[in-house]
Write a protein that binds this ligand. Structure first.
Ligand code: BG6
Length: 488
């Protein structure tokens, strides 16, 4: 079904997408379902997709993989007529066929589209495979009229990120490069910008005078499935922290940009990264879930972390002295993606001992970054009845309640569309990424030992020392209010 205003927000020209890593995990889970949704709802005014990967497949084999991916991973029902139209846009060239075969497939795709079109190369490959893919595209003469979306992690340390940027710039201009971090495409992440900068209410208290500490906590219940080969070379810090969690931290911590445009937003984010103190390995807990080492594709003596928690600092006027605690890991007790700001407590209390004031932690502002996003502001209020007993209450907002949840684009969909339109606002920059690798040097050079944790837990025990005297916000003491209570 066509989406409202789809043709107005989509790219001007039809697009030929060269999807490198087309049979991989990300492509199956997100990119193919996302492209399907964008095509079938009319956001792209004409599209051809050429899958490229190491697998020796023919176009029909690729179509079968794409269909299975949609059936398994699309969050929306697949309409058969839409599928037939989408399947007709798919083609496939195995990497082994080389640059000439790829160039021929792109030429054929472009000929089949009426009039002018643009190319989007999507590199959904591990860090080591990025440059060979770039060389293939250059050899095939596919650089003109194109944009290139690069998946994270962008390099694996400062030296490799710098060299990747330098080599990339030999082929593509910076204007053509879109370094993707899909957390920035999440509706809820962009809502942080709206919340902070479209209201006069919170910004005045958004600083060290009122905020005690911040947590960005992204535990996952997921294990590694077929990704252990990739993950083993990367680990939780490179997979999640130096990428997604730091990018979200920048949205939480940055000053107000002068405009909602790429340069002012990147400038403010990069200022946050420049103010970040280098990471002290003593403020880091690395963990690995028991059983990881016996998984297929994992070194039996692997030192790769599947969990990481760390304390970071932003040493500027707004945030000096406010710790930012970050945590993420695989096979943990719950899947959540929250940002939580704890406010300072009042300096004095007139309430008698035992009234409950402060007993349930500080006031919190909490953002849930799920597609169906939520926000909550918790505070103390009086429990009804005689005397003065205090309880933790909350004001909550759930996207579900707006009736607009169907309009939410998934993060990858939003960002693919932005790249096709040439809009860099929600993409990361070379400077920002290089600075993040720079602050990571002490940790990458002397990582603390990995500590085992049982699957289904919240990580190694030492996470509590890391946040003391504070406490981890998760697991929540009080659940989110159910937006659709039974019987409502
Ligand atoms: C990816 C990581 O970038 O983000 C995965 O490589 C992780 O390991 C995923 O599971 C989480 O994304 P989301 O959108 O499901 O929160």
């Amino acid at each position: 079904m066509l989406a409202k205003n789809a043709s107005k927000v989509g790219p001007r020209y039809p697009q030929v997408v060269i999807l490198v890593g087309a049979t991989g995990d990300l492509s199956q889970r997100k990119l193919l379902p996302g492209l399907f949704h964008l095509c079938s709802t009319g956001f792209i005014p004409g599209c051809r997709i050429i899958g490229v990967s190491l697998d020796d497949l023919d176009p029909d084999g690729f179509r079968r993989i794409a269909r299975q991916a949609l059936d398994q991973f699309s969050s929306r029902k697949v309409d058969e007529a839409d599928w037939a139209a989408f399947a007709a846009t798919l083609n496939y060239v195995p990497m082994s066929a080389g640059a000439c075969a790829l160039a021929a497939a792109v030429e054929e795709a472009e000929r089949s589209l009426a009039g002018e079109s643009r190319r989007v190369h999507y590199l959904s490959v591990p860090p080591g495979a990025a440059l060979p893919a770039v060389r293939l595209l250059a050899e095939a003469g596919l650089v003109p009229q194109s944009r290139i979306i690069m998946e994270k992690p962008f390099g694996t340390d400062l030296a490799s990120a710098r060299s990747l940027n330098a080599r990339l710039h030999e082929v593509f201009d910076e204007e053509q490069i879109f370094r993707i971090d899909h957390f920035l495409g999440k509706e809820a992440a962009q809502n942080i910008l709206a919340f902070r900068f479209a209201n006069g209410l919170f910004e005045p208290i958004w600083n060290r005078n009122f905020i005690d500490h911040v947590q960005i906590d992204v535990p996952e219940t997921l294990g590694l499935g077929k990704r252990s080969g990739f993950y083993e070379t990367v680990g939780a810090f490179r997979d999640m922290v130096v990428t997604h969690l730091f990018q979200i931290l920048a949205f939480v911590a940055m000053e107000s940009p002068t405009a909602l445009e790429p340069a002012p937003i990147s400038e403010e984010k990069n200022k946050v990264f420049r103010s970040m103190s280098v990471i002290d390995p003593r403020n880091v807990v690395r963990g690995q879930y028991t059983g990881y080492r016996s998984e297929e594709g994992v070194d039996p003596e692997s030192d790769t972390e599947t969990f990481i928690a760390l304390k970071c600092a932003i040493d500027n006027w707004r945030w000096a002295g406010v710790p930012f605690f970050l945590r993420t890991g695989k096979r943990l007790a719950e899947g959540q993606r929250i940002i939580s700001l704890a406010f300072r407590e009042p300096p004095k209390s007139m309430f008698p001992v035992g009234s409950g004031v402060g007993a349930q932690g500080p006031d919190h502002l909490t953002f849930d970054l799920a597609d169906a996003s939520k926000m909550s502001l918790s505070f103390y209020g009086k429990r009804p009845g005689p005397g003065m007993r205090l309880d933790k209450l909350s004001l909550q907002f759930a996207m579900h309640d707006t009736g607009l949840i169907g309009d939410v684009l998934e993060a990858y969909e939003r960002l693919i569309l932005d790249a096709m339109r040439g809009d860099h606002t929600l993409f990361t920059t070379a400077e920002g990424i290089e600075r993040l690798w720079e602050v990571s040097i002490p940790l990458l050079e002397s990582p603390p030992p990995v500590r085992l944790y049982p699957p289904g837990s919240w990580g190694p025990k030492s996470i509590h020392q890391l946040v003391a005297p504070h406490a981890w916000r998760l697991p929540f003491e009080r659940a989110w209010r159910d937006p659709n209570p039974v019987g409502a």
